[in-house]
Design a protein around this ligand. Sequence first.
Ligand SMILES: Cc1cc2nc3c(=O)[nH]c(=O)nc-3n(C[C@H](O)[C@H](O)[C@H](O)COP(=O)(O)OP(=O)(O)OC[C@H]3O[C@@H](n4cnc5c(N)ncnc54)[C@H](O)[C@@H]3O)c2cc1C
Ligand code: SF4
Length: 501
Amino acid sequence: MPDPNGFLRYDRRLPARRPVPVRISDWREVYPPAGEELIREQATRCMDCGIPFCHDGCPLGNRIPDWNDLVRTGNWDAAVDSLHATNNFPEFTGRLCPAPCEAACVLGLGGQQPVTIKQVEVEIADAAVARDGLRPRPASVSTGRSVAVVGSGPAGLAAAQQLARAGHTVTVYERDDAIGGLLRYGIPDFKLEKQHIDKRLAQLTAEGVRFRTGVEVGVDVTAEQLRAEHDAVLLACGALQGRDTPQTPGRALRGVHQAMAHLVAANRVVAAAGEGKPALATLPDGTPIDAAGKHVVIIGGGDTAADCLGVAHRQGAAGVHQLDLYPQPPSERDAERDPWPTWPWVLRNYPAHEEGGDRVFAVAVQEFVDDGTGQVRAVRIAEVTVEKVDGRRIVTALPGSEREIPADLVLLAIGFEGTEKQPLLAQFGVTRNGRGAIDSGPDWQATDGVFVAGDMHRGASLIVWAIAEGRAAAAAIHTYLGGVGDLPAPVDPARQPLAAR
Ligand SMILES: Cc1cc2nc3c(=O)[nH]c(=O)nc-3n(C[C@H](O)[C@H](O)[C@H](O)COP(=O)(O)OP(=O)(O)OC[C@H]3O[C@@H](n4cnc5c(N)ncnc54)[C@H](O)[C@@H]3O)c2cc1C
Ligand code: SF4
């Protein structure tokens, strides 16, 4: 029986982040472990509601009240099992998820702060590693059926693990030189140290999953070959088509780049340093891309922009501006606009914002300004208003509001336009829809024997959705292959985040 008064006795508390001057001098994670005492106290705040809305906030159907109570009572082994029953990789979501479960926590309804669900999750996940080093759970019987998974992000890896544990032979094809999708070279180490991916990789390998890195499906191996070698194919190639702004004057200047170019280069340097190899941050063609000593302007207000901000500070930027088209959101939920338990539009302060930089809201870039040699020296911005008219976004610049911000490096973090246009699509006979995503039927099949999951299906989203879709697609593939019994399917392809009707 959970403690019904825990939330009255304890306030919400998170572990202190590492001090800013210390953490920006390295690439280690921002949060240290919380310690058992704090986590048991915070788990005690969960009242095990009759209708726990935290469940509805999370697409994985995590058994949040169950594992909160198991942590409260110090029953860590059972908490580990309960958490892993619904989530293949809680050490990823516990570190990285924006936690829609917390936005939906019933405590938020009565003016209380929600339970620190995500922090409890990461502590249980890390306890699993400390206890048995992520013990492999290989299938006892092989089905003799074979599945190709294309893409090794959280969607592909979750599906691969579910299918391998059900006895299928799984091969993951990844065009990059390392496994993990955006978690490997997109998301910086200060949010997720790569040891967490490597530990899962070891577990997956021990469970029989085969990995083929450096193989681009559609180029190095054709769809026809994959279909011939496997009984089913899962496409989990992400939504990596970066949005651009080709109409803005000066876009072609040197020093104006897609944010991902900067992040991938920086993360590769950190990875190389971990192997004791010196490396320079460069674009694939060898052009250096580094914020050291530079005035950096980041355009965009989401995860990608915040990651660029943290990277720029660690590289030693002279100064950073982060520009957002929209006005500054309120600090508290606006109950008229976003009633509980929906995801609220509020100002999100990532740890990277604590580390420095200036955020400028309600502005749009009018021009990237040339220094006379083809290199950007400034961005010219104007204050703007943004309206939605017939579903279209109308941006209006306020006359006389223009000004320049110095810039040696400009990073475009303005979102993604769906899955990349690449040869694989035509070879498998699938086409991008209006949002650049690949549609599926209710059984996750995009075309006969070819399934789709994660950002490639949903559009750029979150890790928790990628894992949920990977698990659900694996369940559909298992059924398609005539597997015995059902695998868990936490979402169907039409499921959307909680919304007010
Ligand atoms: C910078 C950044 C920061 C983010 N931060 C967060 C965060 O903090 N929290 C959060 O929840 N979400 C975050 N996200 C979103 C999250 O990373 C994605 O939603 C998630 O990774 C999607 O998983 P996925 O498996 O569908 O695809 P991805 O992770 O994109 O993986 C797709 C993989 O497919 C591979 N691939 C593509 N085509 C081929 C091919 N033809 N052959 C072989 N391999 C191929 C790619 O190389 C890639 O490795 C962030 C996204 C970005 C860009
Ligand atoms: S909604 Fe909040 S208080 Fe209720 S069960 Fe979930 S975490 Fe606990």
